[in-house]
Design a protein around this ligand. Structure first.
Ligand SMILES: NC(=O)C1=CN([C@@H]2O[C@H](COP(=O)(O)OP(=O)(O)OC[C@H]3O[C@@H](n4cnc5c(N)ncnc54)[C@H](OP(=O)(O)O)[C@@H]3O)[C@@H](O)[C@H]2O)C=CC1
Ligand SMILES: CC(C)(CO)C(=O)C(=O)O
Length: 294
């Protein structure tokens, strides 16, 4: 099957590599440095101590997705509308379009930008680009997906050793992940600390509870059904990954724009619609924007 990845970064290259290793014809749409490296050396996946060289096509030109039966859409949230508009002319009527992104608004933004149905995906995976064309898998890899044709997409993904569950409540699962991101990402970015370090500071566990209580009020007002055990999952995060810096912290430390407007900032926007005050989420959003400017 021809499969394209729009946004060949850490997520797109990981899943693109897995699909290429399963025998699919994978085309990556990415930046010039990535395209140059992949064209010269292949896409390299470092996983579980092994180094896989994957044969893929790479291009900076969105028209290279033409003919793809499946498109994995993997840009950061701030790029969704623009990148969606770039691929829109090249999507076929039956192309499966999956949003593999954090945040809860991307599938809808992508649908508006492309005028094409999008399959929402929750990405339970950690990966990083260690050099152009070299992606390192750092943990997990499962997806939960939902929406039109999700079952068809799951068949291809599961056959490529990408464990994929079809969920009737994919938006609830995306909200569950959003709540984790809202609780930890901004603090890690502002403090430039990993989760275990700041969670050990007196009063921080209570701050996490207070952030989460604001988010829960908004989720309730939006009629969201959160996955069972969401609160306990949030409390467990620092114990599970004490050395982890949030993606927001990593963006700040690299001088890159963060996705904060789609994390705590999303809570602000939705809270305003329901007349709910969320002062801690507002403060975290603003402080993260200041951290981005440093
Ligand atoms: N990395 C991870 O472990 C995880 C990430 N996620 C989520 O997945 C999404 C993707 O994250 P991640 O892969 O880390 O992000 P990356 O920044 O690594 O990858 C996105 C890539 O897309 C490129 N890009 C953006 N717009 C275009 C365009 N129009 N044409 C070509 N290339 C483009 C970016 O280039 P440039 O940077 O130059 O703009 C970048 O190389 C985010 O929503 C993130 O929160 C979810 C779970 C885990
Ligand atoms: C590490 C994790 C799961 C929690 O903050 C994450 O999603 C992120 O950093 O964006």
């Amino acid at each position: 099957m021809k499969i394209a990845v729009m946004g060949a970064g850490a997520v797109g290259c990981y899943y693109g590599a897995m699909l290429a290793l399963a025998g699919h014809q994978v085309t990556l749409i990415g930046r010039p440095a990535l395209v140059e490296a992949v064209s010269a050396n292949g896409l390299i996946l470092e996983k579980a101590g092994a180094r896989h060289v994957c044969a893929v096509q790479a291009s900076t030109d969105p028209s290279a997705i033409t003919g793809a039966q499946m498109v994995l859409f993997c840009v950061k949230s701030g790029d969704t509308a623009a990148a969606g508009a770039q691929i829109a002319p090249y999507l076929g009527d039956d192309t499966l379009l999956l949003s593999l992104q954090n945040g809860i608004s991307n599938p809808e933004t992508l649908e508006h930008a492309t005028d094409h149905k999008a399959i929402a995906a929750v990405v339970y995976m950690a990966s990083a680009m260690v050099a152009p064309g070299v992606v390192r898998h750092e943990g997990r890899g499962e997806l939960a997906i939902g929406g039109p044709d999700a079952t068809r997409a799951a068949e291809t993904l599961n056959a490529a050793q990408i464990q994929t569950e079809v969920s009737a409540n994919v938006m609830g699962l995306l909200w569950g992940k959003l709540l984790i991101n809202c609780a930890y990402n901004a603090i890690s970015a502002i403090a430039r600390m990993p989760y275990g370090t700041f969670y050990a500071v007196d009063g921080l566990p209570q701050l996490i509870e207070d952030i989460t209580a604001e988010c829960l009020a908004v989720a309730r007002a939006e009629g969201v059904t959160l996955p069972e055990g969401t609160l306990q999952t949030i409390r467990n995060v620092p114990g599970w990954m004490p050395a982890q810096y949030s993606s927001t912290a990593q963006d700040v430390m690299r001088g890159r724009p963060t996705e904060i407007d789609f994390l705590n900032g999303e809570i602000l926007r939705r809270a305003a619609r329901h007349g709910i005050d969320v002062p801690i989420n507002r403060t975290l959003t603003l402080l993260t924007k200041l951290a981005e400017m440093q």
